[in-house]
Write a protein that binds this ligand. Structure first.
Ligand code: 6CS
Length: 315
């Protein structure tokens, strides 16, 4: 078997390292029968192009951020809701692993588009960077915020009064540098590795959301595989859960220091207080109603079930 596995990130970044490790394990498990070529971001087009490639079978496997499927699988936009998950990342990963709302019901929605999510996993808490401090919703007034392509992500920033703009991350460094956009959101490891801190003066530890990625396979392709091969894939998906968690945790920890101690491009790191985060949470809550209005009955049920699961895990 010769398969392609495309990621939205580059060598050294979490998604790519995940896919490389995944490919190696599957190669070994199958006694060399399965060979996966891992593609870093850039060579196969934008993130949205990559999703299309996955759907058409041009690649068999992909890591996909739900933020790039928003106009297609509208239910997947629930990951755009700020302050939905807990502040405990390990618990969040456990919820992602075990949630029926996600692993059964949201997965069905993706499968209607020939995309089979095999795992939902986090790349860490998301932080804001900006050309100015962003500590109150007022600071976002008219602020040109870069986002992924999802109406609900835009809506989340409009709720703070911002002027959000969709952009591939391939264009983000230059756009920040030239002031086309003034800020963006990402986990720490990604901010450092993509060097966004070089062109941003402030990084807010906002933890307003968690970054979720999906390990996905083309549904038709997977269904046509012999069961023993399917089992090897599913086994590898399971093995990778703790590996991915540790990978992102280590990189996020290490690279915070690299941003803080960078003399060439000093970035002020501002940790939002409990009260400051609360002011954002208040503005963010009504966006849940917008989501429900937008995605219809099934989406509403998925979100409500997920909220119940999160509450059950917290108590
Ligand atoms: O900001 C983005 O769009 C990119 N961020 C991460 C952490 N991974 C890939 C994605 O395209």
């Amino acid at each position: 078997y010769n398969w392609k596995f495309v990621t939205e990130e580059q060598q050294g970044q979490v998604q790519y390292e995940y896919a490389a490790e995944f490919a190696e394990r599957l190669h070994e498990k199958s006694d060399g029968r399965i060979n996966m070529e891992v593609y870093e971001f850039g060579g196969l087009g934008s993130e949205v192009n990559q999703v299309e490639l996955l759907q058409s079978g041009g690649v068999e496997f992909a890591i996909v951020s739900p933020g790039f499927t928003g106009t297609m699988v509208s239910e997947g936009q629930l990951f755009a809701l700020h302050f939905l998950f807990t502040d405990d990342m390990r618990l969040n990963q456990q919820i992602l692993d075990e949630s029926e709302a996600l692993n059964v019901h949201l997965t069905e929605k993706y499968e209607q588009f020939n995309i089979k999510p095999l795992a939902y996993w986090t790349e860490g808490a998301m932080q804001w960077t900006g050309d100015r401090p962003l500590t109150t919703p007022e600071d976002f007034q008219g602020f040109k915020m870069r986002t992924q392509t999802s109406p609900l992500i835009l809506r989340s920033y409009e709720a703070y009064g911002a002027d959000p703009q969709e952009l591939s991350w391939g264009e983000l460094y230059t756009s920040l540098q030239q002031g086309v956009v003034q800020g963006q959101e990402n986990p720490i490891f990604f901010i450092e590795d993509a060097k966004f801190h070089e062109v941003q003066d402030y990084m807010m530890i906002s933890e307003h959301n968690i970054y979720v990625a999906m390990t996905t396979v083309n549904t038709d392709f997977f269904a046509a595989l012999p069961t023993d091969i399917q089992d090897l894939i599913l086994e590898t998906v399971e093995e990778m859960r703790p590996v991915a968690y540790e990978m992102q945790e280590r990189m996020n920890d290490e690279l915070l220091g690299a941003i803080e101690n960078n003399d060439r491009h000093p970035t002020e790191v501002i940790e939002l207080t409990v009260e400051q985060r609360e002011a954002f949470r208040e503005k963010a809550l009504p966006v849940r109603d917008f989501f429900i209005g937008e995605v219809g009955e099934d989406g509403k049920k998925i979100l409500e079930m997920l909220i119940e699961e999160i509450e059950a895990a917290t108590n």
